[in-house]
Design a protein around this ligand. Structure first.
Ligand code: SAH
Length: 213
């Protein structure tokens, strides 16, 4: 299959799963998922709409789930965005095409280094990967216009809610780690927080502290 055909099929799969926002589709067209699963056992399956294993026992999400979450985040070009759970860096790379500035936090040093290497190689200069427990957010850089959590929490972490600007949106999978979770969209209004339940999802759990590798 040619590269053009591959891209067409990839975009078709996204549309058929409800990713219709043209800015999101364009951003996803510009980032090649192969760049983020390089060297992995399943790197030849990068175009398929399925999650794949990456280092440190983690996974790169299914492209249609990345698309649905990015679409729900409604990112504006002037936004400062926080991602919790860098993983491969794929989601953050897509956000870098939609936002002014992206910070992504990961608890495994090895994943932070690999993701930052790809951002540098692809000259995505507005995205920074940082080592840390992302459930605390980044108090020194807050508030954020948008926050996306790509690991499942039992509840939306309080520090992250506190770092969301008024008018800001957070998308987070919520639920027990060994069950199907719910993708939740939280909007901070003048009066408080509004919650919308979007769809069932399945993510690796949000884990406390820094990983060993
Ligand atoms: N967004 C990623 C996929 C995320 S997989 C991508 O595009 O590839 C979830 C990631 O969250 C894993 O890499 C895991 O190590 C990380 N993670 C889990 N708990 C975390 C925490 N408290 N702080 C930061 N990262 C965390």
């Amino acid at each position: 299959m040619s590269d053009a055909e591959r891209k067409m099929q990839f975009l078709f799969a996204l549309r058929s799963k409800g990713v219709t926002d043209s800015r999101v589709l364009t951003a996803m067209e510009r980032i090649d998922r192969r760049d983020f699963v390089r060297g992995g056992l399943f790197s030849n399956r990068a175009d398929e709409d399925m999650p794949l294993p990456i280092a440190c026992g983690q996974t790169i999400s299914q492209p249609s789930v990345v698309g649905v979450m990015t679409q729900a985040l409604q990112v504006n070009p002037r936004d400062k965005v926080l991602e919790v759970g860098t993983g491969s860096g794929y989601q953050a790379a897509i956000l870098s095409h939609l936002a002014r500035r992206v910070y992504t936090v990961e608890r495994h040093r090895r994943l932070v280094l690999a993701a930052q290497k790809q951002f540098d190689r692809l000259q995505l200069t507005n995205v920074t990967a940082m080592l840390g427990d992302g459930s605390h957010g980044l108090p020194d850089i807050a508030p954020f216009d948008r926050i996306i959590v790509t690991a499942a929490a039992e509840d939306p972490p309080g520090p992250l809610l506190a770092q969301l600007r008024i008018g800001g949106i957070m998308v987070v999978p919520v639920g027990q780690s060994d069950a199907v979770q719910s993708l939740i969209k939280v909007t901070r209004t003048e009066d408080g927080l509004e919650y919308d339940e979007l769809r069932p999802v399945r993510f690796v759990p949000l884990v406390e502290g820094i990983g060993k590798e």
